[in-house]
Design a protein. Structure first.
Length: 141
């Protein structure tokens, strides 16, 4: 089943950071798994391979927290989407392991990026800012 590897790599969100248990649903030809805590959503999408987005809602959505609404139902103007891969622009972490030896590489990669940047789970998104990335590129961060 598709969800089992997701839980294997992302259950730490529930046990260590207080996110709700995952909500999984189909959308078109993709399988979406959402971990939700307050106004932060960790979204894992499977469409033949896995990728991850972090969504910060502009305001708390009680219908989402109650499970009456899916994250894809939220208007684009009410959320900000951050591709998790922005935290590893040169793909150093991604290229550190091989697909041949590690079939769950994409899930491992996404969970490792989140574990290495736990401030994101508390709502600190400064590492996604243009200024931060520019300073990091010139070696001042």
């Amino acid at each position: 089943m598709i969800i089992d590897p997701v839980i294997k790599y992302f259950n730490f969100l529930v046990t260590d950071f207080g996110f709700m248990p995952p909500i999984t649903y189909n959308y078109v030809r993709e399988i979406h798994t959402d971990y939700i805590k307050d106004n932060i959503i960790i979204k894992i999408i499977f469409d033949g391979s896995y990728f991850c987005e972090i969504i910060k809602l502009k305001s708390l959505d009680h219908e989402l927290l109650a499970g009456k609404k899916r994250s894809i139902d939220i208007d684009i103007n009410d959320k900000k989407i951050y591709p998790l891969s922005m935290l590893d622009p040169q793909k150093k972490l991604y290229n550190s392991v091989s697909n041949d030896n590690f079939p769950d590489k994409d899930l491992w990669y996404c969970s490792k990026l989140i574990k290495n940047n736990p401030e994101i789970l508390q709502g600190d998104f400064t590492k996604f800012s243009f200024t931060y990335r520019l300073l990091k590129k010139v070696g001042l961060r």
